[in-house]
Design a protein around this ligand. Structure first.
Ligand code: KG4
Ligand code: ZN
Length: 335
């Protein structure tokens, strides 16, 4: 079963062809970062117009690279939420149109479920339960993926951010430090030149359950820089990154111990962060767990993860009716 999958929930226009939910025959991602950089963030209207222009060629390229024609496909899938409503509409409407005209089933996919399944594309033998730290520009969640009683997998939400998402904190602090957009990669790079112990920034909600808070940290960085304008930006970046990574890793580790997980996984754009990748691998090794750190391209938004999830959803739920709306606030089906 080959699925053509489309992902346009934010500022990446992506299409992929995935076979049997496991083998990525092609995955094409076109990032609009440069288009939005001068605005300091994603401009929703600009994003949807760019998706509209790029999507046809990107789908054609994904089909060509996989060497498939519509007759070789078993379904067409697209992200239907969460995300920017205009962006979601472009990808979902196109996927429905392809499905209808090629007489194939359509599968609507939750973007966050896609991030959860991304790990399995690179590590199909991961055994459940696993704890997944999902950290992106819009979300910060600690989730337990566990076997469902009726077969398949179910998701239990252990904790989430009560204010800013981790990626949002990186983006806001980077903007304040004048490092541009997107902030995460800029801070990651600058932090390599600085000392992570230069400033002891606060660890929000440390020691309390599995929820996260990053807005106090951001305020603390602003106050510190205003009070010490002479301080090296690299030290500030490294110390800020350390505060975020420390709290993420500490909670993921504690959660893994509590639920008896066999592996810790990371996903979402912030999972591309070098320090987070190293630290998760280290603590998992120390605790005798498998650390699953997907490649950077599988952590950030892509359509291969949507194709993998679509294959699973098609088996469990069957096709999605073409009348399904996109939902900018779509939630994961937690147990
Ligand atoms: O998952 P994603 O590509 O898009 C969604 O938000 O769904 O995540 C984007 C976020 C941005 O906030 C970006 O700054 C952050 O991921 N990010 C990083 C790194 N690369 C991307 N944060 C920290 N370190 C990085 N290397
Ligand atoms: Zn994402």
């Amino acid at each position: 079963m080959r699925i053509l999958a489309i992902e346009t929930s934010c500022d990446e226009t992506a299409a992929a062809v995935v076979e049997d939910g496991r083998h990525v025959l092609s995955s094409v991602v076109s990032s609009q970062t440069d288009l939005h950089a001068s605005f300091g963030g994603v401009v929703p209207e600009v994003a949807s117009r760019a998706h509209l222009e790029l999507l046809g060629p990107i789908v054609a390229e994904a089909m060509a690279r996989a060497a498939v024609s519509p007759g070789d496909l078993g379904a067409v899938a697209a992200t239907i939420g969460p995300g920017l409503v205009g962006s979601l509409l472009v990808g979902a409407s196109a996927a429905k149109a392809y499905a209808w005209s090629w007489e194939l089933p359509f599968v609507g996919v939750n973007h966050m479920e896609g991030h959860l399944h991304a790990a399995f594309l690179e590590e199909p033998e991961l055994s459940l339960p696993i704890v997944v730290l999902l950290v992106s520009g819009g979300h910060t969640m600690l989730i337990c993926m566990q076997p469902a009683r009726r077969g398949g997998v179910e998701y239990r939400l252990l904790g989430q951010t009560i204010d800013d998402a981790a990626g949002e904190a990186f983006d806001k602090v980077a903007r304040f430090l004048g490092l541009g957009y997107p902030g995460g990669p800029a801070i990651d790079k600058m932090a390599r030149e600085g000392s992570a112990t230069a400033v002891a920034f606060p660890r929000g909600l440390a020691g309390q359950g599995y929820d996260f808070s990053f807005s106090g940290l951001k305020t603390s960085v602003v106050r510190h820089v205003r009070a010490h304008p002479e301080m090296s930006l690299a030290d500030v970046a490294a110390s800020f990154q350390e505060a975020v990574v420390d709290v993420l890793v500490t909670k993921a580790r504690r959660a893994a111990a509590e639920v008896g997980a066999r592996a810790i996984c990371i996903g979402g754009g912030v999972a591309a962060n070098s320090s987070l990748r190293e630290r998760i691998a280290t603590v998992a090794r120390d605790d005798g767990l498998v650390a699953f750190v997907p490649s950077r391209s599988m952590c950030t938004d892509n359509a291969a993860m949507i194709g993998a999830t679509a294959c699973y959803r098609l088996k469990v739920d069957g096709p999605t009716p073409l009348g399904v709306p996109v939902d900018p606030n779509l939630r994961l089906p937690f147990v």
